[in-house]
Write a protein that binds this ligand. Structure first.
Ligand code: COA
Ligand code: AMP
Length: 630
């Protein structure tokens, strides 16, 4: 079987046989008894009874098999002007020592460990050290606020944290230690120890008894062996945005994840062991977990850890420099990063300055790839530009052009075909499958393939309510779209209040909660509007309390600062206005979709259920004023 259609059909009709075969590429300490446990459906578990260690499969096995000298990680940091190559052998040594130090500190299998770190090798060591001893890591993206970090400490129950004195953004130093201290103050979960990596750009003061310098922490540690864990044991928790501010901890298991991650490297990315693979994301996002850390190391690739930006570090040629210098054969980034480059280098002059003939394919995900960006990249990079669609929940692509199996013609605007393992359908509101070319809700018939989330941390019911209850027997993706008559998947938009800002997933509901916390605000609405650069931007409208007579400018500044403080800089919340009224349906539902259309200058029909049509002209005026200088 070598063609996509028969492989896909096999994966859907005989998922157990399909994934059992893929599992042969993983080293198991004890074979699994059952490929797919369906006894608690709709909650499925892969490879029950099996024991393995994910770190062993990523590091030790490659050393054992004679590849210790191969580069595992290339750290390339234009922000610090440092480059460092770490071999598999060095990685094994460093991770084993760190894992030994963790054990000596009392951290054990199943304990949760927060990692709040910039893009430095030590962050990857920390992830792997947890995996090595069976501790469960939860990486928190550096652009989140202290409050967000605190909510993750509380929800995960982590008593141990890895962090660094600072992170670096172009032209400024982010004081991670201050954010960490503030978060620990806010959190109710007691944190016993923080291991802090002191960076020369901004060393920090350590708090006696609680904080430990990274070098001190590992000084006398003994290397720890990989501890076998159950395939169904949690490997990590990654928090993502839902419809409210309540953190939603996506859980990843060890067995299914290792099998799926390794399988995707050859089959979906067409990358063989030994090749250099680069995902220009951040380890704080799922792309970073899956394709900076887990999948490339499981597949014995060399992964690039890039501490820089697509532009400004130092220019829009940075990506092409990295590709040519490190001989990258496949690269993965977000369309927004290419738009940033295209804006500064519309004719691709900087691409020509580098020999990027090593690059075979460019992959894009995180948001819909607009056809202009795909065309620009194809023209200048001269390689296939592959849009693929996935989510934190799935850890890998739901729809893609499966290059290692069969390459399909690219249709810009489409993520190509469902990946093997995903029985994807478009459903109407009653759950009836819709014919080709008809817009509906994208849903995946259960079971989901290995690697996808088995549960939400501490809240199985929420997993059911959010994803499984709407259509019994299906996983609701939260995206709407169509499957066309060629079987191509076109992901159009979210059906909930999640927005994608510079490929960062954010909740407008959470931003509304933040605005409503302001003492002068009576009610607020936040929705995403189209943006040429970041894809979407949040826009807020607030109604003030009747007794508030403070200057509006002052309140607006406080609202912007409030969202930054509650969620973080990454929210990019800068557009907000005060209104007298908000348009609503007769049942009181705010008409966010209509306001979004007005802001985007799209045609809109007067909603039949609108309570007071007179409000819309007022909103049109406010939005025109707010957006006129954008
Ligand atoms: N730590 C601290 N702050 C951070 C941060 C981090 N790791 N990452 C971003 N921020 C801050 C930024 O400095 C910015 O702050 P400002 O409002 O004070 O300027 C704010 O968060 C918004 O950041 P962002 O939306 O990323 O905008 P940007 O202009 O700094 O960068 C891009 C734009 C396109 C270059 C950048 O968003 C990018 O590379 N995106 C790709 C995202 C990605 O890889 N997603 C994963 C899916 S593939
Ligand atoms: P995240 O969980 O942060 O990876 O965000 C997942 C969401 O990003 C998806 O549910 C989609 O809304 C969006 N997304 C990711 N990749 C794509 C893509 N290739 N095309 C369209 N939307 C995408």
């Amino acid at each position: 079987m070598s063609d996509y259609h028969s492989i896909f059909q096999h994966s859907i009709q005989s998922p157990q046989a399909f994934w059992q075969k893929a599992a042969e590429d993983i080293v198991w300490q004890k074979p699994f008894e059952c490929v797919l446990d369906t006894t608690e459906a709709p909650f499925y578990r892969w490879f029950r009874g099996g024991m393995l260690n994910t770190c062993d499969n990523m590091v030790d096995r490659h050393v054992r098999e004679g590849f210790g000298a191969q580069a595992a990680i290339i750290y390339d940091s234009p922000l610090t002007e440092v480059q460092k190559t770490i071999s598999y052998q060095q990685l094994q040594n460093d991770v084993a020592i760190l894992a030994g130090a963790l054990k000596a500190q009392g951290v054990k299998k199943g304990d949760r460990v927060i990692i709040y770190m910039p893009m430095v090798p030590e962050a990857v060591y920390a992830m792997l050290a947890c995996a090595r001893i069976g501790a469960v890591h939860s990486v928190v993206f550096g652009g989140f606020s202290a409050k967000e970090l605190a909510s993750r400490i509380d929800n995960s129950g982590a008593a141990f944290i890895f962090s660094a004195s600072c992170g670096l953004e172009p032209g400024r130093v982010i004081n991670y230690k201050q954010l960490l201290d503030d978060a620990i103050d806010i959190a109710t979960q007691p944190v016993n120890n923080c291991v802090i990596l002191q960076r020369p750009q901004a060393p920090c003061t350590l708090i006696a008894e609680r904080d430990i310098d990274w070098q001190e922490f590992i000084r006398n540690a003994q290397p720890a062996e990989c501890e076998p864990v159950a395939a169904t044991d949690p490997l990590y928790i990654l928090y993502t945005s839902g419809t409210t501010g309540k953190p939603k901890g996506i859980v990843r298991d060890n067995g299914g994840h290792a099998v799926a991650m390794r399988w995707t490297m050859k089959n979906l990315y067409n990358v063989s062991p030994g090749e250099v693979y680069w995902a220009a994301s951040d380890i704080g996002w799922v792309v970073g977990h899956s394709y900076i850390v887990y999948a490339p190391l499981l597949n014995r690739n060399t992964t690039i850890l890039y501490e820089g930006k697509p532009v400004g570090t130092p220019d829009a040629g940075a990506f092409w420099r990295v590709i040519s210098e490190h001989k990258v054969s496949a690269m993965f980034t977000a369309p927004t990063a290419l738009r940033a480059i295209k804006k500064e280098d519309p004719h691709g002059e900087l691409v020509k300055q580098y020999d990027i003939s090593c690059l075979k394919n460019q992959f894009l995900a995180g948001e819909r790839s607009d056809p202009d960006t795909i065309a620009w990249a194809q023209t200048h990079l001269k390689v296939p530009v592959i849009d693929h669609w996935w989510q934190t929940e799935t850890a890998w692509a739901i729809a893609t052009n499966p290059l290692g199996i069969e390459e399909f013609p690219i249709k810009p605007g489409s993520a190509t075909l469902p990946a093997p393992g995903y029985h994807l359908q478009v459903l109407d509101s009653d759950g009836t499958p819709l014919p080709a070319d008809t817009l509906g809700n994208l849903a995946v018939k259960l079971p989901l393939p290995p690697g996808t989330f088995p549960t939400i941390w501490g809240d199985q019911q929420r997993m059911y309510d959010n994803y499984l209850a709407t259509y019994p027997g299906y996983y609701l993706t939260g995206d709407s779209g169509i499957i066309d008559s060629d079987g191509y998947v076109h992901v159009m938009s979210r059906i909930d209040d999640v927005i994608n800002v510079a490929a960062h997933r954010l909740s407008t509901g959470q931003m509304e909660e933040s605005l409503c916390r302001h003492p002068d605000v009576a009610e607020a609405a936040v929705f995403g509007i189209a943006d040429d650069f970041k894809g979407e931007l949040p826009l807020g409208l607030a109604i003030l309390n009747n007794n508030c007579h403070r200057p509006h400018d002052e309140i607006l500044r406080e609202l912007i600062a409030g969202v930054r403080n509650d969620i973080g800089a990454v929210a990019s919340f800068k557009l907000v206005a005060i209104v007298a009224r908000l348009p609503k349906t007769r049942s009181g539902k705010i008409l966010r979709a209509t306001m979004r259309k007005i802001a985007n200058q799209e045609e809109y029909a007067m909603p039949a259920t609108i309570d007071d049509p007179e409000i819309l002209p007022e909103i049109e005026q406010v939005l025109a004023e707010l957006l006129k200088n954008r």
